[in-house]
Design a protein around this ligand. Structure first.
Ligand code: BES
Ligand code: MN
Ligand code: ZN
Length: 536
């Protein structure tokens, strides 16, 4: 591919028309198609365009593959460290060029920060940064090896971290770019070398797992980034159907008429202001015994939130295309669970609709009778997420699940309380909350609990109806969760408010600016911990 020509493109020539389609849904998450290989062998003897090695800050000695590469290359790595050009600080990247027919053409050395501060998060980040550097140099393929001594983490976890870092760090959303494109160079392959026979098998399995999970995260990012005109409730349902194809997943979509018959009037109330028909998406994965209970995942699927009649300020309203990030995470997590073959029964439920102020829109003061039979007074049409979730949570209850976890870009108040980087967690079951915390620690998707005390429940008691859909500004994230709790019965339940971390205005090492795909890795890790492969 002639990248130089691409940078200067302004008006694509007619001959290239096919390559520059304004929107091609098949042209998404390109790097997810990158070939990941695990090979037996030594990095220092492997023919490759670039070999990535890592280094801890302030250390002079080299270990593992770095030591070997240094020795074989006549001390090239030692030199750059000794000269101080490379210190190993977090995410620092230097490229070293070899010569004289050395099988490794470039050594890319990535800083990991201080050894004492090592985390999987650091590892993911430094491999993401190395991969991005390699891509910016137009290099088509690269390799690496795991070579840590004295780090108290299983090799599989590190291998997963490396592959996730590479794939997630290279993610870009380009389907709508037609002019002024950045160099659209892609890396075709990444090879992990492992010389130890026993470790090789473990690394192979870990790379496969990480590939599945990263592809699911990229899928969620794509859906969230795709604007609301191209990602209507119907489009979202089609994405769900598509993701179920060829897997042990059954996708069912209820239309408005079916929802009306069931009595999902909270969801239908929200949908009334839009011409786009609402959809209730369910994905059932049966990977466990017939008799085993189900885990239910519920995700908010507002494909655009204008606020409705209680309309939002226009500034940044464009970001409300991301109001289905919870739904996207649920669809992606079910897909990953099925691809991993996790031994459990799982149902994903995504209520999907737009929230618009059309002539038939629901109005402040309206009272809606939810699927549960409970009545809800609409204080503001902008608190629409909890309304569609109320019906979806009641619907989830019909599966008699062992646990319900919902994900939603539910409240601005959660962002005010915890900032952009943290998922707000509330729920009714301490054990389940602890499991989520453990998954959060492993994935780096930070979670912090907010209380659900009795006082908050007072604030959403209705005047004319049973409940009202807003408890006011104070404690807004919590009163939203208190509202949801009215629809989860006795089922152990956790609510995750992802309004902050669903969309990044500033990139992180392995999360480019934009849709983060938050929640996918957290959910999958939670499921893997609870239902490890090999135990039915
Ligand atoms: N989708 C929004 C919450 C949101 C805000 C998500 C910012 C992502 C970024 C939600 O539907 C909403 O509008 N919530 C209101 C609730 C209020 C009216 C009770 C909010 O947080 O202001
Ligand atoms: Mn809203
Ligand atoms: Zn919303």
């Amino acid at each position: 591919m002639d990248t130089a020509a691409e940078i200067t493109y302004r008006n694509p020539p007619v001959a290239d028309k096919d390559r520059y389609q304004p929107f091609n849904p098949n042209n998404r998450c390109m790097e997810a198609d990158m070939k990941i290989q695990v090979r037996k062998g030594s990095l220092a003897e492997h023919e490759t365009e670039a070999a990535v090695v890592t280094h801890f800050e302030g250390e002079t000695g080299l270990e593992g593959a770095a030591a070997l590469l240094d020795e074989r290359s006549g001390g090239l790595i030692g030199d750059i460290i000794r000269l101080g050009d490379f210190t190993g600080r977090t995410n620092q990247i230097s490229v070293i060029y070899t010569r004289d027919g050395f099988p490794v053409k470039r050594i890319v050395i990535a800083g990991l920060g201080k050894r004492a501060d090592f985390t999987l998060e650091r590892l993911r980040g430094s491999y993401a940064k190395a991969a991005q550097q390699i891509r910016s140099l137009n290099i088509g393929e690269f390799s690496s090896a795991l070579h840590f001594r004295g780090i108290d983490l299983p090799l599989e976890r590190m291998a997963e971290g490396v592959v996730e870092g590479v794939l997630l760090g290279l993610y870009r959303f380009l389907p709508f770019k037609t002019v002024d494109r950045e160099p659209n160079h892609e890396i075709a392959g990444f090879t992990l070398l492992e010389s130890d026979e026993a470790a090789y098998k473990a690394v192979r399995a870990a790379a496969k797992t990480a590939g599945i999970i990263a592809a699911a995260v990229s899928f969620a990012r794509d859906i969230v980034s795709t604007p609301a005109n191209e990602m209507t409730p119907t489009d979202l349902a089609n994405e769900a159907r598509e993701s179920a194809k060829g897997k042990n997943i059954r996708c069912t979509v209820l239309d408005a008429e079916q929802m009306r018959k069931l009595g999902m009037n909270a969801l239908l109330g929200v949908a009334r202001g839009s011409h786009a028909p609402p959809q209730l998406i369910t994905l059932e994965y049966r990977g466990g015994k017939k008799s085993s209970p189900v885990i239910a995942l519920v995700g908010k699927g507002i494909t655009f939130d204008s606020g409705g009649i209680s309309i939002k300020p226009s500034e940044k309203m464009d970001l409300m295309k991301t109001d289905m990030a919870g739904g996207a995470a649920v669809i992606a997590a079910v897909r990953a669970a099925a691809e991993l073959g996790l031994p459990l029964n799982l149902v994903g439920i995504v209520p999907a609709t737009e929230n618009l102020p059309g002539g038939n829109a629901y109005k402040p003061g309206d009272i809606l009778t939810s699927l549960s039979g409970r009545t809800i007074e609409v204080v503001t049409t902008d608190a629409e997420g909890r309304l569609i979730l109320a019906d979806a949570l009641t619907y989830a209850g019909r599966y008699k699940p062992a646990a319900i976890i919902d994900l939603a870009t539910l409240t601005g108040a959660c962002v005010v309380a915890l900032g952009d980087h943290v998922i707000g967690m509330m729920g009714t079951d301490d054990g389940l909350k602890q499991e989520i915390r453990e998954a959060a620690d492993l994935t780096g998707e930070k979670v912090w609990e907010l209380p659900l005390w009795e006082e908050y429940h007072e604030l959403i008691k209705g005047d004319a109806a049973d409940y009202k859909n807003s408890g006011g500004r104070a404690g807004g994230a919590i009163t939203a969760a208190a509202f949801l709790s009215k629809f989860t019965g006795d089922t152990p339940w956790v609510h995750l408010d992802i309004a902050g971390p669903a969309w990044l205005t500033k990139e992180k090492p392995y999360i480019p600016k934009g849709a983060s795909g938050v929640g996918v890795r957290l959910l999958v890790q939670f499921l893997r911990n609870r239902y490890p492969i090999g135990k039915k």
